[in-house]
Ligand binder design. Structure first.
Ligand code: GLN
Ligand code: ZN
Length: 758
């Protein structure tokens, strides 16, 4: 028997370092390639990714982490469990795409399933739909074929399955009076079949993901785990994987489950190591998830080596070393970032590099001399970073330390501000406005790209953008909107734009991470203390304002959203980082105001998604998130109107904090919910002004005047007319001008008619 530390990762990014999967899928959806060509790209990527894992020296490759659109949908396919409207014929790849997108090159169009966020990440999964008479039929061969494929390539294979209880938990009931948990026995039979098949294929270990164990689950759901693993126990052996947070609150129950090992996320919750060790059954392996799968930082391997040495001594070969969660949430290959500042680069590790970290640490734990010295070298840059002057800016720290609660407060309470703003701004009843962006035409994108690449001189670029701004102002004036925007032509993305202008961020070229389906995002990295070296939006706003007598809204992205959609540094708390951003934005608000901008919108679409996994921790998060927003807004004089904007999100359970933002006006995405979302505002007696979106900007359909009137009338039953605004759901950058103008003309007309009536 060897004493070797086993190494693995929980999953590898599937899109490919050049986003090959994205492009192949989109090509297939457009009807420009065959299913066989698409499948070939999938095969190539899987082989490449297994190669990366083997090349790094991992003991096994993850199989089943690949997905054509989403791995939860892949699990539904594997289980032969699809929405009734998608059940015709034998399920194949087009079935999968129809569930995900409502359409595919073959077969009929039926409504897609809902999509929602995967725990507290920015990845979105397709929500399984459950009904009382659902059956599970293991039929789709993808997983088994992949296992065979990897075996054939000579790899040691560890299949990855989403566990049955988490699978049920992540779905939703499609009929009233039925509890999806009642499907568990039937579901377990299907899982048994899958496991039996895998055993027959010669699989020794299966990674069974039960991330729901990190949540605060109702007791009947916790009980379900017991039954589930009683039934599934046997061959292959099961490694129960948990991630994204600590599981110590459920530890008693977990250690009673019939599995063969446990994986815990020590990157997110390092403090759970000792309690878990103390409770670990003597026959179990412990997979220590120390390499952070959802951030881009090099691990301090020397620190982990110290911490895990005694664990290794105790557990021997029962200790495995792993990534904290699937590397799905991390960019793929740092080697491609040739333009990144070399100092910053040596602080980072992407998926490919993280595989190496896992094996390097394991080798060092096993006493390998070369690894021991390599670890010291490897960890040196991040150790040096801790005291680097480049990272730690004394002025920023001083300002951060001087934050008091009063810094977050406007000079006057809302009622008094509203009175002053009414006379200063002179807006009509039901003011009309938009959320910020206007159509990002091909011309705009080309000009921005050319400027970035140095093909367009700065002067010419500024002139070009000013022309787009002037065009947008003219169109808005013609439409008769009350509060105008400059249209955001200069912004590629609402976060990256600020990340590029603020000090403290690094922007990568290929750091793509899957968000949903073929969509990827490229979050910036917060590498050091954040500050503003110069005004960021003032010139554009000033220019727009100079063209019109109407008010132009200044447009900023809020601190919580900038934080939420970037890779944060790990040596500061999220609160500290948010406050640094807030201080920078606070100065921007002051500058906009001093330059004649009387209305300033600070977008915070990501507040809700930053909520911690455990409900008991929500309030403390909301408290600092709200405070950060308020710090950025509170440099506004009482006469300056602060707006905020939030996208599709439930408000019922966070309305108190939304009100605590104390924005003078909040615009929200509501039209698809038929104003349902506004009920939370009524129930709470929300005191400030609200602009519930009156049409869905995701759809090319033009809302007619009557539709909009009906929605605003509905809204009036929930929020008094004096405090209502009329606006679309969100920014218009994905629409074209024709749709935009037609829709806004109807919106303005609806407001006009209502003003006359009311
Ligand atoms: N101001 C941004 C825009 O209009 C807001 C985008 C968003 O809420 N996601 O595009
Ligand atoms: Zn929005």
């Amino acid at each position: 028997m060897t004493n070797k530390t086993q190494t693995h990762i929980l999953g590898y990014p599937r899109v490919g370092s050049q986003r090959e999967l994205k492009f192949a899928q989109e090509k297939y959806w457009r009807g420009e390639s065959s299913q066989e060509e698409l499948k070939q790209v999938g095969r190539l990527l899987r082989h490449r990714h297994w190669g990366d894992q083997v090349g790094a020296g991992l003991d096994c490759v993850s199989v089943g982490d690949f997905a054509w659109y989403d791995h939860v949908l892949g699990t539904s396919m594997l289980l032969g469990h699809l929405p009734a409207r998608h059940r015709s014929g034998f399920p194949d790849l087009d079935t999968l795409f129809r569930v995900a997108r409502g359409k595919a090159p073959s077969g009929c169009a039926c409504a897609a399933s809902d999509m929602t966020k995967w725990f507290n990440t920015n990845y979105h999964y397709i929500v399984p739909e459950f009904s009382a008479d659902d059956a599970f039929n293991v039929s789709w061969p993808q997983l088994f074929e992949e296992v065979a494929e990897a075996k054939k390539a000579g790899h040691e294979v560890k299949p990855v399955l989403l566990g049955p209880v988490s699978y049920l938990w992540l779905g939703k009931e499609k009929e009233a009076g039925f509890d999806r948990l009642s499907l568990l026995p039937r579901l377990l039979t299907a899982y048994q079949q899958i496991l039996t098949k895998l055993a027959k294929l010669g699989v020794e270990w299966v990674q069974i993901d039960e991330p729901a164990l990190a949540l605060e689950l109702p007791v009947q759901w916790l009980d379900a785990y017991k039954l589930a693993y009683q039934v599934l126990h046997g061959k292959p052996k099961l490694l129960l994987t948990t991630y994204f947070d600590t599981i110590t609150h459920n530890l008693d129950r977990i250690t009673g489950l019939k599995v063969d090992g446990l994986h815990i996320d020590l990157a997110t919750a390092p403090e759970q190591l000792e309690p878990v060790l103390a409770a670990l059954p003597s026959s179990w392996v412990l997979s220590a998830g120390v390499i952070n799968g959802r951030n881009v930082w090099r691990a301090d391997l020397s620190a982990w080596l110290k911490r895990l040495s005694s664990v290794k001594a105790d557990l021997g070969e029962r200790l495995w070393v792993a990534s904290s969660c699937s590397l799905l949430h991390s960019p793929i290959d740092l080697d491609l970032e040739t333009e990144l500042d070399p100092e910053v680069r040596q602080w980072l590790a992407f998926a490919k590099q993280k595989c190496r970290e896992v094996t390097l640490l394991a080798k060092a734990l096993d006493g390998n001399e070369a690894a021991l010295s390599e670890i010291e070298q490897y960890s040196a840059p991040i150790k040096a970073r801790a005291t680097s002057e480049r990272v730690n800016n004394p002025q920023v720290r001083q300002r951060l330390a001087a934050i008091t609660d009063s810094l977050a407060e406007r000079k006057l309470p809302y009622q008094e501000r509203a009175r002053l703003q009414r006379s200063a701004l002179g807006l009509p009843l039901l003011p009309t406005t938009t959320i910020g962006s206007f159509p990002q035409t091909g011309e705009i994108r080309t000009q921005r790209r050319d400027f970035k690449a140095g093909r367009l001189a700065e002067n010419d670029y500024v002139t070009a953008m000013q022309e787009h701004i002037a065009d947008a102002i003219e169109r808005q004036n013609k439409l008769g909107l009350d509060v105008l925007v400059h249209g955001e032509p200069e912004r590629n993305d609402m976060v990256e734009y600020f990340a590029e202008l603020l000090e403290g961020f690094a922007v990568t070229r290929f750091g793509w991470v899957q968000s949903y389906g073929s969509r990827c995002v490229k979050p910036a990295v917060i590498v050091s203390d954040i500050y503003r070296s110069a005004p960021m939006t003032v010139e554009w706003a000033k220019y727009a304002q100079s063209l019109t007598d109407k008010h132009v809204k200044g447009m900023l992205t809020g601190p919580v959203t900038i934080l939420g959609w970037t890779f944060p540094r790990e040596d500061l708390t999220r609160e500290e980082i948010a406050n640094q951003i807030a201080l920078a934005l606070r100065d921007e608000v002051a500058d906009l105001q001093n330059n004649g901008i009387n209305i300033i919108q600070i977008d915070e679409p990501a507040i809700r998604e930053g909520l911690p996994l455990k409900a008991s921790q929500w309030q403390s998060y909301l408290d600092w998130a709200v405070r950060a927003f308020k710090i950025s807004a509170a440099s506004a004089e009482p006469e300056t109107q602060i707006h905020t904007h939030m996208c599709y999100s439930e408000f019922n359970d966070i309305i108190k904090s939304v009100a605590a933002l104390d924005a003078d006006v909040i615009t929200i995405e509501t039209s698809r919910s038929d104003m349902e979302l506004l009920k939370a505002f009524e129930a709470f007696d929300y005191p400030n002004e609200v602009g519930p979106g009156v049409y869905d900007i995701h759809s090319p359909n033009i809302p007619d005047v009557e539709q909009i009137i009906q929605l605003v009338e509905k809204a009036k039953n929930l929020v008094p007319a004096e405090r209502l605004w009329v606006n679309p759901d969100c920014g218009l950058k994905t629409r074209n001008w024709q749709e935009t103008e037609a829709a806004l003309a109807n919106m303005v007309e609806a407001a006009k008619q209502l003003r006359e009536q009311w």
